[in-house]
Write a protein that binds this ligand. Structure first.
Ligand SMILES: Nc1ncnc2c1ncn2[C@@H]1O[C@H](COP(=O)(O)OP(=O)(O)O)[C@@H](O)[C@H]1O
Ligand SMILES: [Mg+2]
Length: 381
């Protein structure tokens, strides 16, 4: 049964003619390739009668290009890590008319027409972290997903955990290590962490994703190396006590104003025994992880997790979509690991699969997100 049945056509803006969508993909983060794969999948599934799409790819160096909207060019078959290649027309930032957002360098006198909504299908820093959302706000255009503050808080694992605990939402024990403190005295930091946390711990860049830069530390003498790896990605590092247990995820879909967001079916990530944790390789490159949808859980635990997922979404003031990731600890407690405001979005990614389990198909999910974005408030929020 679709959980979207309570959204009426009016809530979602009713039927429109083709609306112009800018699909923004690629980007400067280390999750560039994942974004390209998600973008190709969205282009394949999108109802092109209803949505007139421009594909704007951001190269790893940060250049915005008007690319082909052909999914087979964006993510060619057999290429596991596709990327946006330079050589396409450069997209310029808007002039004084915010509605006519994008111009291409070769045709300065012409803009690309009215843009109704932007889908920033970008993962990680400079995309999912409020920076692009801020740019879109200054352009006064509607966009899919969370706004500036919410995106920024969710991207920063330390800020996120602080905000969630302030709302009474359970998170595991953690410590933050700032750049200056580490540079002044790694041994003092180590002493503080050893006092505050029990082994094993996870050392993570505060603002990254796809497990990039994360290490599991089983002995304190491994800390320094793990810190240096995390610091390659972010000078701000979070060190978390390991929560032994099961990994459960829940999709949340925003609702029109005055309605509560909805929680999807739950999924479990089951790792093969040779994996220490859900790292980049097991996420994207091999079969080390199995995604079980729906997760096999006692109904009361499942309801509790779905409720905490919606409360986390509301606590961070998310919009549109988010995937809330949990640990169901061996001792029975439930803690939130993280909130992703632009989760992986291919049809086989967790977020769409969890909604499909509730009868919401991939293309309907995209329609709903675009409709919500068309109707959201603009301006400072
Ligand atoms: N505190 C923890 N306890 C147990 N496992 C953890 C913990 N933190 C991270 N992990 C493992 O590392 C993976 C990646 O960590 P996560 O915080 O989700 O980073 P990312 O944002 O890169 O996905 C998790 O999916 C989980 O397998
Ligand atoms: Mg994660």
């Amino acid at each position: 049964m679709s959980n979207l049945q309570s959204f009426s056509d009016d809530d979602l803006g009713g039927a429109h003619g083709p609306n112009r969508v800018v699909l923004l993909y690629g980007g400067r983060s280390s999750e560039h390739a994942i974004s390209c794969v998600s973008a190709a999948a969205v282009l394949r599934a999108l109802d092109h009668q209803r949505w007139d799409v421009l594909a704007v790819g951001i190269t790893p160096a940060g250049q915005w290009l008007l690319t082909s909207a052909d999914p087979d060019q964006i993510a060619p078959a057999g290429v596991s890590l596709p990327s946006v290649q330079s050589g396409e027309p450069v997209v310029l930032m808007p002039g004084d008319d915010g509605a006519h957002l994008f111009k291409v360098e070769e045709h300065l006198s012409q803009d690309l027409g009215l843009v109704d909504v932007v889908f920033p299908l970008l993962h990680g820093p400079w995309g999912e972290d409020g920076s692009v959302q801020g740019l879109l706000e200054t352009m006064h255009v509607g966009f899919v997903g969370s706004g500036v503050l919410s995106s920024a808080i969710a991207m920063d694992k330390a800020a996120m955990k602080m905000a969630l605990s302030a709302h009474g939402i359970p998170v595991g024990p953690y410590e933050v290590v700032h750049d200056g403190e580490w540079r002044l005295g790694p041994s003092r930091v180590a002493a503080r962490l050893e006092f505050a946390l029990e082994l094993p711990v996870f050392v993570k860049p505060a603002r990254a994703g796809s497990s990039i830069g994360i290490s599991k530390v089983n002995q304190w003498h491994e800390l320094e190396q793990a810190m240096e790896l995390a610091r390659l990605h972010d000078p701000k590092v979070i060190v978390e006590q390991s929560v032994p247990g099961r990994e459960i995820e829940c999709g949340v879909l925003g609702a029109p104003r005055d309605q509560r967001a909805k929680a999807s079916a739950l999924a479990e990530i089951v790792l093969s025994p040779d994996r220490e944790f859900y790292d980049f390789e097991s996420k994207y490159l091999n079969d080390a992880a199995t995604l079980v949808v729906p997760a096999d859980l006692p109904p009361e635990s499942a309801e509790q997790i779905r409720d905490i997922a919606v409360r986390s979404f509301e606590a961070l003031e998310c919009e549109g979509l988010a995937r809330v990731d949990f640990f169901l600890a061996d001792n029975g407690s439930i803690v939130v690991n993280e909130v992703n405001t632009m989760p992986g979005f291919t049809p086989t990614s967790m977020y769409p699969r969890m909604w499909a389990e509730f009868g919401v198909q991939y293309s309907a999910l995209i329609d709903t997100l675009l409709e919500l974005a068309l109707n959201r408030e603009r301006g400072l929020r």
